[in-house]
Design a protein around this ligand. Sequence first.
Ligand code: FAD
Ligand code: EPU
Length: 339
Amino acid sequence: MLNILKNISLKPYNTFGVEVLAKKFADISSVEQFKQLIRQADLQTEEMLILGGGSNILFTNDFNGLVIKNSIGGISIIVETDAHVIISAGAGVMWDDLVNFCVNKNFGGIENLKLIPGTVGAAPIQNIGAYGAELVDVFESLTGMFIQNYEEKTFTKVECKFGYRSSIFKTDLKGKFFITELKLKLNKKPKVNLSYKALKDSVEEEGIANPTIKDISRHVKNIRESKLPNPSDIGNAGSFFKNAEVHRSKVEELIKVYPDLVFYKVDNETMKIPSGWLIDKCGLKGLRKGNTGTHDKQALVIVNRGGATGKEIFEVAMFVKEKVKNVFGIELIPEVNII
Ligand code: FAD
Ligand code: EPU
């Protein structure tokens, strides 16, 4: 029998540092343990939540069910050719440990995703992305099981329906599938990806002639540390909202009023406007409301300066959303999973 804890504080298990209780809590380190756990009769009717590093989640209430902390470990190279490797990683491995493993072996493809908090298993859920790279670029397959009937399934890239901060696991299968293993295809002759301007500028400033993927991961680390708050100092879950995807006519309308508008082309019809820019332009960077508000250096990051409740954080997020809607007519969509 697995040890099931009762009325456990989730404060150490979410990067907002919100104090809520889980009615039941179990930490599993293998698929076998998960199967053992769910066979226990009294758990069959419980609501379940799979928890990784808790870095993309906002608890607004106590969780009246079973929280399963996923600690399934293991990293291995399962296929190797002259050009590529396929790496398999347990879903409970910390994402940054996997990045370090690959960078140290000069396997290219995830160095731009250096320092993203959380676990490997959560990475496909929102197709994590940063500095010109996304998980989908290196995704090979993932395996797991449906929570309702424990049926196992391997998903291909197409089946995952990856999009910007999205996948089938954040839409149709939200809360319904437990990812236990991820496979990535990485390059043994890596080319550095400097498509993100801030990263390119940073590398050029240092003046190294032929940057390696190790250099890239180091620069990404430096940039991230310069603007994103470390959750161990200030509670947060990274960007609270997705960047705004709008029709190009919206950009044409706004640029007349805001000549300094920042935007990127997605396709011929769609443009992306950084939500951080929109919030900042509303005068809400560094907002303080009780113990919560927005980060002083990045308006898109909602913070817990200590002691805020999940409800207070959520209310601030909704205040920010309302303000952006009133000023720009743009509806921000949360990136963070609100429970
Ligand atoms: P959790 O928060 O534990 O879970 C997130 C969701 O996934 C929940 O709904 C949970 O139920 C579900 N889930 C978790 N594991 C599994 C599983 N194995 N199977 C099924 N469902 C599961 N994200 C980016 O994309 N790019 C960034 O640059 C970035 N920067 C960040 C910076 C900071 C400082 C912080 C705090 C967060 C940042 N994030 C970023 C968000 C976050 O790190 C990622 O979304 C990460 O993948 C979340 O992993 P996690 O294990 O903490 O997930
Ligand atoms: N900006 C402002 N004011 C702000 C914040 C941003 O004017 O307060 C402007 C910046 O000057 C810049 C633009 O907005 O011109 C974009 O800002 P930044 O480069 O900081 O990136 P972002 O769009 O805010 C996105 C991701 C991050 C990811 C970075 C790097 C989303 C929602 N966020 O942030 O991901 O790390 O790019 O690629 O797509 C996350 O998802 O949690 C996350 C941190």
